[in-house]
Design a protein around this ligand. Structure first.
Ligand SMILES: [Zn+2]
Length: 114
């Protein structure tokens, strides 16, 4: 793997916006491509991974925290916001973690050989 740093500014691979300071270097099947933040937040592979984590962790936490009430058939009003929040937190944490992990400076943005 030979990384060739780009000089100057780069452009978002998806929307073409000029990337000035930070960029998000997301991995496709064969290379890493620079994205701006709005496009990085909508990167389908990252959203799929966040959704899987959300479903697995959210279900486990819901079972741990509310399982006894659900099994007993005692649905409380607070569960209407607690259960969605239990799913939302792992989704947000995974997405933010993915974005922070993909963050790169323009001078370090490099493409893998194709
Ligand atoms: Zn973009």
């Amino acid at each position: 793997m030979t990384a060739v740093p780009r000089q100057g500014s780069a452009a978002c691979e998806r929307c073409g916006r000029t990337l000035r300071n930070a960029t998000y270097e997301l991995r496709t099947t064969d290379r890493r491509v620079p994205y701006c933040l709005p496009c990085a937040m909508r990167f389908p592979p990252m959203l799929r991974r966040s959704l899987v984590v959300c479903l697995v962790v959210g279900t486990l936490l819901t079972a741990i925290n509310q399982g006894n009430f659900i099994l007993a058939g005692e649905f409380q009003a607070a569960m209407a916001w607690k259960i969605p929040m239990t799913y939302a937190v792992p989704f947000v944490v995974t997405t933010v973690g993915g974005l922070l992990n993909a963050r790169a400076q323009i001078s370090t943005v490099a493409e893998l050989p194709q």
